[in-house]
Design a protein around this ligand. Sequence first.
Ligand code: HEM
Length: 419
Amino acid sequence: MQPTPIPLADVDLTNLDYFVHNEAWGMFETLRNEDPLHWQDELHSDGHGFWSVVQYDDIEMVDKDSDTFTSTKFTNLEEPPEEFQDLRRSILESDGTRHQALRKLLARDFSVAQLRRYEDFLRGLARTSIDLALEKEDVDFVEAIAADFPINVLARLLDVPDEMTPTLIEWGNTIVGFSDPELSKVLVDSDEAQKYKHLPFRNPVSLEVFEYGRELAKQRRGGDGDDLVSKLVNRLPEDGIPLSDTDFDNYFLLLVVAGNETTRQAMTLSMKALMDNPDQMQYFLDNMDKSQSMVEELIRYASPVYHFRRTATRDVELHGKTVKAGDKIVTWFAAGNRDPQKFDNPYDLDLTRFPNDHMTFGKGPHTCLGANLARLEIRILFEELLPRLASIEQTGEIERVRSNFVNGVKRFPVRIKAK
Ligand code: HEM
């Protein structure tokens, strides 16, 4: 549905009330039409303010030009103090050859060919969650169906015991939900978080993740394990610089948090979109052989990540304004996915959409490393779930994550009946 535009004077991309009520789309709409390079003060945090780009072409331009728009000054709105930046740096906050080397370290493990071997495992997992949910009928879709899936795959990739999955879920929720008081005890903008400026997302839970990762690394260093931890500790990056302990900590933490919440949200938001568009749900069922391309539309429509950010390395003129060297600039991928210059009727879920060059996973050198895995998980879930359903209806309000970073759903109550 086309959102109601929010007047320019009321646009505040740091006001999380808009996001928790799913009203950010109205701000993106206004900005795209009236102020495509928009300055935003940061009234609720110690940030210096940021520029926003909301048109597809601008987002792509910024995301692809890492010489002009660097990731090395960090990629969330938060500005970690200079002295802690190296300690907190992961692949996400690197550029150039080091970034490429860190990426290549695991790129082949996330290739379509490698991931194919998880397909049977994923189908089994989907069937188990679906069977359990169908026994109960009244469930929270997020908890009963979407949450289990990504975390179990990750546990398999990292080769950690099943008992660890609830802990992994909680770590991910806490760290990615850094601005939601229900999810995170230490909110990123709080006074208490000042003590944790040296940790990812200023969150003390990161220490638990590091400790667990280091223990796994110790056990697996020098071995011949096939899991991602073994690969991180035993492979040499192609630039010849071994992974430092800090590099390992941050890579491990990113793997734990990057894929869970996002994929879970993609599944939940896709289910909601299909329920709101029963003709599309039927189309999916009738055209299972096209599931790969239909999933691209679900992923575009869901847009589980609102933004990432970059920092200008030189002055840049855009839309008659100057982004100064050192300024933060935010790429709102979710807004790009609704740009009518790129997508006809962008607010319609159209499973026949082709081409579908969405930017849910980014567009430049940092394009999501786990994109193929996320695609596979989402495809298998819907291939397994939809044919089993006689009906699915929403039974209560959706509760959203209080965040302008992830477009997340905490609870989605549904009643499902088996065929
Ligand atoms: C639907 C689910 C997912 C979404 C929407 C998503 C989205 C994103 C986005 C927007 C970026 C940054 C792109 C940019 O700055 O240009 C990113 C990076 C990344 N993602 Fe994902 N992601 C998802 C699933 C996953 C999964 C399953 C994993 C792995 C287990 C993963 C691992 C990563 C990593 C390691 C990076 C950093 C890549 C780099 O800096 O080169 N993501 N993701």
